[in-house]
Design a protein around this ligand. Structure first.
Ligand code: AOF
Ligand code: ZN
Length: 353
């Protein structure tokens, strides 16, 4: 009858409130590392009675903040969570138990938590307590917030973004190395978002020697207090041991305590180690043509991000990647997944096919 909500109406409401939960989750995007960014919205009779997000590892999970805000209004409510509620005791107690204790009637989750300590047990726990669970609402949008966490939990390898700033003709510097500044200030500010999401930034010894970049997170446009953002680890690829870290090293990067020097050729081993030993799930490569070429040729890049400035630097200028396919058949091909104008430049995002 008229009182009954149709299946379609329920699905539309589910998508709407999950979208709001995703908006909550975004607030923790730069600060939750190595934990995922998660949001939760509690809804009763069509009204939001509580919402929250996970702000930082060691602090409460999204569900905990939402339940605290709702109080008794959580009884009989529907909880929208962007990730399966946890079933384990980590730094904090299990959220599935908290939802059960609060007597919510239904839980809608965007996707399962691939963390081996959870992976379906959260949902099972809720269902065993008689709570209705729906899995798979706005999954793609929710998962986009946690590409690194999800990939690392599933494969023990990080999500690797390779960032390159180029001219229209794919050049990154003049033959003498001068490159300040090819892309606009706006594009360089945008890179701060990439850094702020990354557990580690990888660069090469050549880049350190030539540019000595600070590779720090600086932007005041990130929307969060900079002191809340865990500093990305900086890894310098230094196969030939050209750099010696010390207090009076000529390079600022080498003087930083958090800098790691990687002295072997094995990039796969490095990436695996970054996950296993350092919990770096999102990795950003900001280096020169040589390093970029190595990552690409070894198929280690998940996302190629090109900031392209509207200028031509000419055929004597430096190319963006050192890569030598022997025939057209060996070309590397990508899908363009987004394009956006930033300041005077184009930001192009590609995924390998
Ligand atoms: C949730 N809600 O908001 C988040 C979850 O050490 P802990 O206690 O913080 O647990 C971290 C794990 O919990 C993390 O690896 C992931 O599996 C899950 N994250 N779960 O129910 C949340 N952030
Ligand atoms: Zn939890």
């Amino acid at each position: 009858g008229n009182e009954m909500r149709t299946e379609q109406q329920t699905q539309a409401a589910d998508r709407y409130f999950m979208m709001l939960a995703i908006e909550q989750a975004k607030r923790g995007l730069y600060t939750t590392r190595p934990n995922p960014a998660v949001g939760c919205v509690l809804v009763k009779d069509g009204h939001i009675v509580g919402q929250g997000f996970h702000p930082k590892a060691g602090q409460g999970h999204a569900e905990v903040y939402a339940l605290a805000e709702a109080g008794d209004a959580a009884i009989g409510a529907t909880a929208y969570v962007t990730l399966e509620p946890c079933s384990h005791t980590g730094r904090t107690p299990p959220c599935a138990k908290a939802l059960i204790a609060a007597r919510v009637a239904r839980v809608v989750v965007a996707g399962l938590d691939p963390n081996p300590q959870v992976s379906g047990r959260g949902v099972a726990m809720l269902e065993a307590a008689g709570i209705k669970v729906t899995v798979g609402v706005m999954t793609e949008q929710a998962e986009a917030l946690n590409t690194g966490f999800l990939k690392a939990m599933r494969t023990q390898m990080p999500y690797v973004r390779l960032k390159i700033a180029t001219s229209l003709d794919g050049r990154t510097a003049m033959a003498d190395g001068s490159s300040k500044w090819i892309t606009s200030e706006d594009a360089r500010q945008d890179v701060q978002h990439l850094r702020a999401r990354s557990g580690a930034i990888i660069t090469g010894s050549q880049t350190v020697i030539a540019d000595d970049p600070a590779l720090t997170v600086r932007s005041h446009r990130l929307g969060v207090d900079l002191s809340e953002i865990p500093a990305p680890k900086v890894v310098v690829l230094d196969r030939r041991a050209r750099l010696t870290p010390s207090a009076d090293a000529p390079y600022q990067l080498c003087r930083r305590d958090a800098t790691v020097f990687w002295r072997t050729d094995d990039l796969t081993a490095l990436l695996r180690d970054l996950v296993q030993s350092h919990q770096c799930h999102d990795v950003l490569v900001e280096a020169g043509a040589q390093v970029a070429g190595s990552f690409l040729a070894q198929g280690l890049v998940d996302e190629l991000i090109v900031y392209q400035a509207p200028c031509l630097l000419g055929s004597a200028a430096r190319p963006m990647v050192t890569y030598h396919p022997l025939s057209l058949a060996e070309q590397l091909r990508f899908d363009c997944v987004s394009h956006e104008r930033i300041g005077s430049d184009m930001k192009l995002v590609f995924k390998p096919v």
